[in-house]
Design a protein around this ligand. Structure first.
Ligand SMILES: Cc1cc2nc3c(=O)[nH]c(=O)nc-3n(C[C@H](O)[C@H](O)[C@H](O)COP(=O)(O)O)c2cc1C
Length: 215
């Protein structure tokens, strides 16, 4: 087993288990879906934090985080840990790290590279955003919201992103991670850097890392 740095996290080579970097796809380890705090304890512990330790999230932590955010919890239907209006599944979770930017693909539980380089400074306007290990960016693909008018698209995509953000908050509380959801974003700059199309809209971002002062 060999460790190397990719995706801003310490990735471990698991030869023959489907890592397909040549296609720009990074398979994550299966999420750990047992354990953690009780839901009531996680609700008690949930809070926003804006002070983070610098160290990267290990691959298992990133896997758990993304699955909690918006992973597939019913493989037969492909439905997710977060609800979506009309089952549109219009929110994509993008991930910016020191090493690149990725889109999380729930069906394959993999990261698809969308940009090289460190886009973290563009993921928000607050200082910690540039150095936090991971910024999740919630992007609505308005073309998936078939039949909805502009007002409904704005309303439901914001609502659906909120569910994902709360999943992340609760996972972080349970796992001892620090997190803050953020609306203060230069959406034009970040959207251009991520290569978003006109029908894709950045709703919110959320910074995640270990709490400052922890090892
Ligand atoms: C939609 C939304 C947008 C937010 N935007 C930001 C932001 O841009 N920057 C920030 O530091 N906190 C942001 N927050 C976090 C709030 O400031 C925080 O949730 C609030 O102060 C309550 O604190 P708590 O989360 O610890 O309960 C946002 C929260 C929500 C729900």
């Amino acid at each position: 087993m060999e460790w190397w740095r990719i995706a801003g996290v310490a990735m471990m080579s698991t030869m023959g288990t489907g890592l397909a970097q040549d296609t720009g796809e990074i398979r994550l380890p299966p999420p750990e879906t047992a354990g953690g705090m009780s839901l009531m304890q996680a609700l008690q512990a949930r809070h926003s934090t804006r002070e983070f330790a610098g160290r990267a999230l290990p691959p298992q932590e990133l896997s758990n985080l993304l699955w909690a955010a918006n992973g597939v919890n019913r493989p037969q239907s492909g439905q997710r840990t977060a609800p979506t209006a009309h089952d549109w599944r219009e929110i994509d979770v993008y991930v910016t790290t020191a090493d690149g930017a990725y889109r999380y693909d729930p069906p394959s539980h993999a990261l698809i590279k969308v940009a090289d380089g460190d886009l973290r400074p563009l993921a928000g306007v607050q200082d910690f955003v540039a150095t936090v290990p991971v910024n999740l960016v919630y992007v609505a693909d308005l073309e998936r919201m078939s039949g909805a008018g502009a007002e409904d698209k704005a309303f439901y995509s914001a609502t659906d992103a909120g569910f994902i953000a709360q999943n992340v908050y609760l996972y972080c509380a349970s796992a001892g991670l620090a997190a803050v959801v953020r609306g203060l974003i230069d959406r034009d700059a970040l959207g251009a850097a991520l290569g978003l199309k006109k029908h894709q809209r950045i709703i919110l971002a959320q910074s995640v890392g270990y709490p400052a002062g922890t090892r």
